[in-house]
Design a protein. Structure first.
Length: 270
């Protein structure tokens, strides 16, 4: 459990991206907070933001990379259960290494271009809107006397140079870390059955794309939507769990699909 101090205020920062130049994007967020008496939790959880505010990024179309070490002399061991990077639209990569005593990069422990943030994936794809949160079970010990090194990269092809800032036209380099001070874990229950992810290939695509819905013999309803929620394509009673679409007439962008309740995204890049 996280410690909830007396008279504390929850600052909820929700991010939404509206690609429409004409339509408003109305959103609501609801949060349930469950409490228990102080001292009854098996462990106290901590969260921190590790920020690098010094990231000038010129609009020259080149890959710009910044690294920042995070450590504290004389500190003990932290037990990390989650890491997640954060950039804005020009982001191309976010990685974290354990830092060696020499100050150099050691083991690569987080790669936002890989599913679940786990390094070593054969095909990398960085999506700044859906950067993965990597979990560790059991918790990963990190000697904070040597700490970590986090590194992000950007390609600014916009109209002007950018720097760190809060708007969607600015950029960020923020690493969110979740940890405890003791290597104590609690039991969790996994769902008995999880629907398999819909497969899309190639994705990004410049036109033709193959959709495969695992575990079924047919697809009763498929819909494709833009990010304003407007339906662009609908197919019903597809007699197979695999089919192809031609999206060559769609403009570049991100699209959302729903295949019998299973959702995902398709990126069109011509």
């Amino acid at each position: 459990a996280f410690r909830w101090e007396k008279d504390i205020t929850l600052d909820l920062n929700a991010h939404y991206i509206n690609y429409s130049l004409l339509l408003p994007y109305q959103c609501e967020v609801y949060v349930n907070v469950y409490t228990q008496p102080v001292g009854t939790a098996q462990q106290q959880m901590y969260a921190t933001l590790l920020v690098n505010p010094f990231i000038p990024i010129p609009n020259n179309g080149n890959l710009i990379t910044y690294s920042k070490p995070e450590f504290q002399f004389g500190a003990g061991t932290l037990y990390v259960w989650g890491l997640m990077g954060h950039t804005h639209k020009y982001g191309r990569s976010y990685k974290v290494w354990k830092r060696l005593a020499s100050g150099q990069k050691g083991e690569l422990i987080y790669d936002a271009s890989c599913p679940l943030g786990i390094p070593g994936c054969p095909t990398q794809f960085f999506d700044y809107q859906h950067i993965p949160l990597r979990y560790w079970e059991p918790l990963m010990p990190i000697n904070w006397n040597t700490g970590i090194i986090h590194e992000a990269s950007w390609v600014n092809e916009g109209p002007e140079s950018v720097a760190f800032g809060p708007t969607s036209d600015d950029e960020m380099m923020v690493l969110i870390a979740f940890y405890t001070l003791a290597p104590v874990t609690v039991d969790t229950e996994e769902p008995a059955e999880t629907a398999q992810q819909v497969l899309t290939s190639p994705n990004p695509t410049n036109g033709a794309i193959r959709i495969t819905v695992p575990g079924v013999a047919e697809v009763r309803r498929f819909g494709l939507f833009d990010l304003t929620g407007r339906q662009l394509l609908s197919r019903n009673d597809i007699p197979s769990n695999a089919f192809e679409l031609d999206l060559g007439l769609l403009p570049n962008g991100i699209y959302v699909f729903n295949a019998d309740g299973r959702t995902g995204k398709i990126v069109v890049e011509h």
